[in-house]
Design a protein around this ligand. Structure first.
Ligand code: COA
Length: 379
């Protein structure tokens, strides 16, 4: 007789791992990385420091940061064989599949390489995923390939290689904050995927390509692109209220609103909104910000009146912000992957420090006591 244990669809409300990396408090609207409030890190830190923090559990000293950055720089060049694969695929393959394939291909080079620790392999991928994305983008658009610049930060080089020109300093800083904000978010679907695959002791390439696969699903990433489509459809600030009235009456979903965990505004949305206001450059982008803020105001009031706590999530302001930096919506999910590869790496590292193979049970609800019948007798 099998002992009865709790069942929760989608593991909703179930703790499936212990972690010291990040914590989401959906009621307080708080996200911490290793004990530091995300707003504190967004104001005072940068992607390299936060990557170190997530991976190592502490903020680096100046010397530790220098070594860490040097290691990241060591991998800021893509292997020719992998660059060729990206070139061959980029025209007809969606970007997340290109990233998955390139990560798997890099596994052929790095997995089990003598003298290369898993930690070093994580750093290699953290450096290379931005290169994969930018190369994909340049090939897709028939643009000249941009060589990496080792004098730029992780965010600066990534933005430079995608855009093909040196972005303004403040844009690099904002892109850096966007990456930092997306690096980890406790046991979300792709991170859980990474930990499950890691628990089999599969190599880093298998772990990360599986995580990218999970992230490519529309229920995980991608609402920021749909926010852009929504404001395009609404057209003007005067149409916001009638649009929302219609949508709510038809039980439709407002993109970028609501979250499984947060019952208040996502703390990352506050920071992204502030940065978005800063990047307004013309009447058109001013109009977009005004529309988003009007949607937030009207929609949250409508939901509150119905007793529902539905507020902006991380995707609500990030799409327009990324567009203002010159990033095309096709690259929104890849940018998410560039950031999240840091969190996946930290979580897998943690998984391996106290590993146990994930092997939950399925609650069988199918037929029993069936008897085999020959093919001639089957109806
Ligand atoms: C993220 C999401 C899937 C969470 O769904 P969820 O866990 O079912 O959300 P909740 O349980 O809090 O929903 C409570 C109620 O609010 C409604 N609701 C939730 N998000 C809504 C939204 N964005 N627009 C309109 N209504 C919404 C639900 O339909 C539900 O209504 P009901 O009680 O009448 O059935 C959902 O909010 C959503 O689809 N958002 C839009 C897409 C998006 O931005 N995704 C990115 C997430 S980071």
């Amino acid at each position: 007789m099998v002992e009865k244990v709790a069942y929760s669809k989608g593991l909703d409300g179930i703790y499936a791992a212990e972690s010291k990396i990040s914590r989401v408090d959906g009621i307080a609207g708080e996200l911490i990385y290793r004990g530091y409030d995300i707003a504190d890190l967004a104001i005072n830190s940068n992607s390299e420091e936060v990557a170190y923090l997530l991976l190592n559990g502490k903020l680096p000293t100046a010397l530790e940061l220098e070594h860490f950055t040097d290691k990241l720089l060591k991998y800021r060049r893509l292997h020719n064989r992998v660059a060729k694969i990206i070139k061959d695929l980029s025209m007809e393959t969606p970007p997340m599949k290109v990233i998955q394939t390139a990560i798997a291909a890099l596994g052929g080079i790095w997995d089990n390489k003598d003298g290369q620790s898993a930690y070093e392999t994580f750093l290699a991928y953290i450096s290379q995923v931005p290169l994969i994305v930018s190369l994909y983008w340049r090939y897709l658009n028939n643009l000249p390939v941009i060589e990496p610049d080792i004098n730029l930060s992780l965010a600066g080089n990534c933005l430079y290689m995608i855009l093909g020109y040196m972005p303004p300093k403040r844009h690099i800083e904002i892109f850096d904050k966007i990456l930092l904000l997306h690096m980890d978010h406790d046991l979300n679907a792709s991170t859980f995927t990474a930990r499950v695959v890691a628990s089999t002791l599969a190599p880093v390439s298998a772990v990360l390509s599986a995580a990218v696969g999970a992230l490519s699903g529309p229920l995980h990433g991608g609402a920021n692109e749909r926010v852009l489509e929504m404001i395009q459809e609404i057209g003007s600030i005067e149409n916001v209220e009638p649009y929302l009235d219609r949508l709510v009456a038809n039980k439709g979903k407002v993109m970028g609103m609501g979250h499984r965990i947060y019952r208040t505004k996502d703390p990352r949305a506050h920071i992204l909104q502030k940065m978005l206001r800063e990047t307004v450059k013309d009447d058109e982008s001013l109009k977009k910000v005004a529309m988003l803020e009007k949607i937030e105001e009207c929609f949250t009031a409508k939901m509150e009146a119905e007793g529902k706590k539905i507020y902006p999530n991380v995707d609500f302001y990030s799409g327009v912000l990324l567009s203002n930096l010159g990033i095309h919506p096709t690259l929104f999910p890849p940018v998410f992957a560039i950031a999240r590869v840091v969190g996946w790496s930290a979580q897998v590292n943690e998984q391996w420090q106290d590993n146990k193979l994930f092997r939950p049970l399925a609650l069988y609800v199918g037929e029993v006591n069936q008897r085999y019948v020959t093919i001639e007798e089957r109806k």
